[in-house]
Structure formats: structure tokens, C-alpha cells
Design a protein around this ligand. Sequence first.
Ligand code: NAP
Ligand code: ZN
Ligand code: ZN
Length: 348
Amino acid sequence: MSTIAKAYAAPAAGADLIETTIERREVGPKDVLIEIKFAGICHSDIHTVRGDWGPQSYPLAPGHEIAGIVAAVGSEVTKHAVGDRVGVGCMVNSCGSCVNCKNGDEQYCLEGMVGTYGATDRDGTITQGGYSTHVVVTEDFVLTIPEGIDLDVAAPLLCAGITTFSPLQHWGAGPGTKVAVIGLGGLGHMAVKLARAMGAEVTVLSQSLKKREDGLRLGADHYYATSEESTFSELAGSLDLIINTVSAPIDVSAFLGLLTVGGTMVNVGAPAEPLPVQAMALIGGRRSFAGSMIGGIAQTQQMLDFCAEHGIGAEIEVIEAARINEAYERVLASDVRYRFVVDISTLA
Ligand code: NAP
Ligand code: ZN
Ligand code: ZN
């Protein structure tokens, strides 16, 4: 039997989200039915429903930072049981057999990973996300939320957490490395907490000094405003790794000048517009400009366990579902401290 779930969805590109119902598929042998408790609001939700990344099918319920409780499991499920605290991130399926899936990089599946919303699932249906009371997900894409992290502060870890953990780990953030984070929003504040817990020296590069106290409290050692010219001369050639979380185009070449010889700037921010780069900004220091998309399932579990061990959750503002549209406007205005999380009980 399928489940009729309440949801908040956009009826068309650019339209406000409204309350509606969606049908969740019957729980198959390997499926888990999750009663969603909290869903984070990621800037990607806004890019997607507004059509920034291309046409979508509507209605579209976003939400890929999902935390909840298992309500039912299929007959062949072994990893999760009714009552377990679980999470779902940005993907709900992949081919499972290509080289990237086999390496634990399901997000780079050669057949295309199945996004948590607005994607065509392997059974041909269009996926719908976590601004919803229930979701059915194949067990391999369901994460365990360790005891010790509350579900509300855990939800944003499923995207903002893994998206920053993965490049920090891949490019070796740790004791003796200098890491900078551009943009102190949802992803940025997680990058600061995680880089600090990994042992790196952390610098925030924000548009202004308005959030300086917060940045230092979250674990940054230094905090600079990118609106001040002196920031770029003072920090020139000093940073090993820069994580750019900005949702809009920035002057990449200016930031590349802050890297050490051999340093790397990783873009996780995903603006619709191209990001031009001056070749000399790379050549003049054997520097790399890279990108990174979320993280694999095993690495996501590793990140959740790391967060539990280090007492890390997101800094959140919990809202009722009726305030989702207002929250979108505040995210677009960089007025978020530091992640909006929807209390799904206000939908039920
Ligand atoms: P967010 O909460 O809105 O944070 C973005 C931050 O960037 C803002 O808080 C602001 O920080 C800064 N910013 C915004 N507009 C700016 C501008 N015009 N110039 C300079 N700085 C600006 O967004 P988020 O949820 O963290 O997501 C950030 C980006 O990452 C989005 O594009 C999203 O789609 C993308 N994303 C990518 C992945 C991936 O897998 N690669 C995963 C999730 C999200 P300050 O106020 O401190 O300057
Ligand atoms: Zn996201
Ligand atoms: Zn694959």
C-alpha cells in the first residue's frame, strides 16, 4: 500500500511553495518508510525550485536534509529497524555497479545518481523531497543518525555537513594546514566547525564583519571581510585550502591569489552563472581550482559518526512549514544563522 504524505511543494518555477499531498511508493522488500521529523532548507532547494539549474517538473517538493524515524521496513531490509533514528541526504539511488558506485562515490555514478527530489528514480517515478511527512527510500541510501546528535541539528549534516566534510577530508585539512571558508551560511558554518574539529587553522572570508563573533565562536581562528581590499594583500599566498560556499559568482582569481604554492580552491557553491578564472592566477603558484559534490554514502556515515564524536551539529533556526517561503527570502538575503530547519510536525 502506498502512503499519502503531506508536503510543501512549488506548483511552478518561481512560485511560492504551498501545502499539498504527494504519494509515496509502496514499501518494497529493500525499502524503508521514514516518518520525517525535520528537514533543512538548503540553498540548492531554492536554486532548483526557481529553475536556476534548468527546467524541472512541477509540483516539486524540495528538501534533501532529512532526519526522522523508521516507521516500516521491507522484508529484506537488514540495516535499519522500526524506531531507528535515520537520515537521508541528496541522493536516494544510483546504479550500484559502475566504477564510481563501487568506489563509494555514488554521487558520481556513471548512470547518474538519483537526486532526492526532481529526479527520475530507477522505477521511472519522479522523486519528491523532505518537506514532507513521509518518504520511502531504498535502505542503502538511508543513514544512521548516531545517539548524541538531536534530529533537528542533525538534518543539515545530510547536505551541508557532507558537502564540506568531503573536500576537507579529500584535500587533507588537519593539523598544520590553513583552511579558509568563503561565505558563512549553511555550508560555510559547517565547514568552519568541521575544519576546526579536524585540527586545521581556520579563516572565514565573509562579505562583512557582521557575523565575526559567531564565526569565532563556531571555531574560526581568523575572520576577514572580503569587502576590504586589505584582506587580499594581508592573506596573499598564505592559505593551503579554500572552500568556496558562495551561491553567487565571485572573483575567483582574486581568491586564488590567497593560496600557497600548490594550494587548492574547491568550489562547492553552485551559482547558475559561469565563474571566469585568470590562467595566471593558477599558473603563478601551481594552484588548483577544483569542485566537489556532496559525498558518498559511506563517507556520509563517517561524517555523522565524526560529528557525534566531536559534539557537532548545525546552528539552526527551527521554523514551521508555513514559513518556508519567508525563509527562502531570508536565505537569498544572506540572513540565515545558519540553517533553517522545518519542523515537520507543523505539516502533519
Ligand atoms: P547559504 O546559506 O545562502 O550561504 C551562502 C553564503 O554565501 C551566504 O551566507 C553569504 O555569506 C555568501 N554570499 C551570498 N551571496 C553572496 C554574494 N553575492 N557575494 C559574496 N558572498 C555571498 O547557502 P548554502 O545552503 O550554504 O549553499 C551555498 C551554495 O552551495 C549554493 O550555491 C548551493 O546550491 C551550493 N551547494 C552545493 C553542494 C555541492 O554538492 N557542491 C551541496 C549543497 C549546496 P556571508 O554573508 O558570510 O558573505
Ligand atoms: Zn543541499
Ligand atoms: Zn553507478
